[in-house]
Design a protein around this ligand. Structure first.
Ligand code: ADP
Ligand code: ASP
Ligand code: MG
Length: 401
């Protein structure tokens, strides 16, 4: 079998842990498999490098940031390769470029365009363990690019797809995908299987156990992922096609995203084009607007609420100043959270939303904004109450049973 294994930051967090990873890789090799290992930077390393850059500049060039941040993964790849060699296993450590990963030029959030698989295939043929630095590639000009935070998951899925691997195992400090973050609700249950669609929603809505773009790509390429822990031998969670899952619970999981801030405009001029102007101005500043609610206008005025990531709020405030003649009042709420309920079963069951609202009402938690799709309900609430909300919802939908 050809197995792609990806080890995240915690799994390679110190030298002892890299040794542990080396032993796990060696075991899979001894079982007769061909192995490509993708590694993240040691935990905390990427954040440390960002801090270093911010010491000099709040707006460093993205090209420089990519060169800087890609170094974290190279350190882990080289160290793991050295450790495996010392144990007697022939290896080849590769950067993203050496592994043939070609991306577009959107520095810090690059998309993989293709993978020239020949270098990895040649090394596998000569029975070497291929160790690839995750999270990076090069663009057509040969500049180093990175794939966005958590992007080593994406490297692993892309490589598994390109090499037509039999398995893509993603190792972290949890042994799978749980009904909610087990750090918030210890009663959370591990899911044996989850569909790409649900996992994509959970990951996009805050469950960082898998990077959302990696799930999207896995779905597109038909790569089956197994999320596992590098700290034990437990079986993990399989992320696969909806058709392959027999039991479909109405609600599969609850996600929490604490990185939200709310902007509320009161008494906005209710004329065609106003929303377009405001959101165009925000987009121009690269501010990622998430949830948007506009109420029905009265007397030529309307209210407009939206959320942005907390660290983009200051920039959003600056943009709002440009529009100060277009509204009567603006309010900023820097600490809100988005709690989301996800499940494919919602498509065919009613009453899921009303149960969520009742549950939060019972806890005296005010819902500030709501948005829904076919398989999710998201609510903006006060950050201080967000973990209580997650636990209450988790129990209301019997996810702890
Ligand atoms: P890595 O650094 O290995 O990529 P991450 O820290 O990105 O790992 O992801 C693992 C973490 O995801 C866990 O420690 C856990 O707290 C968090 N997490 C959030 N939601 C979930 C969930 N639904 N199931 C499992 N883990 C979750
Ligand atoms: N090191 C990168 C990050 O922290 C990529 C990854 O870990 O997947 O975002
Ligand atoms: Mg991760």
């Amino acid at each position: 079998m050809l197995i792609v294994q990806k080890y995240g930051g915690t799994s390679v967090g110190n030298l002892e842990r890299i040794k542990n990873v080396a032993k796990r890789v060696a075991k899979a090799k001894e079982e007769g498999n061909d192995i490509v290992v993708v590694v993240s930077a040691m935990s905390g390393e990427t954040n440390k490098l960002i801090e270093y850059a911010n010491y000099f500049s709040k707006t460093p060039s993205k090209r420089d940031m990519d060169l800087l941040l890609s170094s974290g993964e190279r350190v882990s790849a080289a160290l793991l390769s050295i450790a495996l060699n010392e144990m007697g296993y022939p290896t080849i450590a590769m950067t993203g470029r050496q592994a043939g990963i070609v991306t577009d030029s959107s520095h810090t959030t690059a998309r993989i365009e293709k993978i020239n698989t020949k270098p990895m295939e040649d090394e596998l043929k000569s029975k070497k363990i291929v160790v690839v630095a995750g999270f990076q590639g090069i663009n057509k000009d040969g500049s180093v690019t990175t794939l966005g935070r958590g992007g080593s998951d994406l490297s692993a899925v892309a490589i598994a797809g390109a090499l037509k691997a039999d398995k893509c195992e993603i190792y972290s400090d949890v042994d799978g995908v749980y009904t909610t973050d087990p750090r918030i609700e210890p009663k959370a249950k591990k899911l044996d299987k989850i569909s790409y669609e649900e996992m994509l929603e959970l990951a996009s809505l805050g469950a960082k156990v898998l990077q959302n773009r990696s799930v999207e790509l896995a779905k597109k390429l038909g790569v089956i992922i197994e999320a596992k822990s590098s700290f034990n031998e437990n079986s993990g969670t399989i992320i696969t096609k909806e058709e392959d899952i027999m039991e479909k619970p109405v609600v599969s999981g609850i996600a929490l995203d604490k990185n939200q801030a709310r902007v509320s405009l009161r008494g906005v001029e209710d004329r065609p084009g106003i929303a377009a102007e405001i959101f165009k101005a925000l987009a121009k500043e690269n501010i990622n607007v998430d949830m948007i609610v506009q109420t029905i206008g009265h007397d030529g005025k309307t209210n407009l609420d939206f959320t942005v990531p907390q660290n983009e709020l200051e920039r959003a405030k600056t943009v709002m100043k440009e529009f100060k003649n277009e509204y009567e009042l603006v309010e900023y709420e820097p600490n809100v959270s988005k709690v989301s309920i996800v499940g494919v079963g919602m498509k065919s069951h009613s009453g899921v939303a009303s149960k969520a609202f009742e549950t939060l009402a019972k806890e005296n938690i005010n819902i500030e904004m709501i948005s829904t799709s076919e398989i999710k309900i998201s609510m903006i609430i006060d950050e201080d109450k967000s973990e209580i909300a997650v636990r209450a919802l988790h129990s209301a939908y019997d996810l702890d049973k």
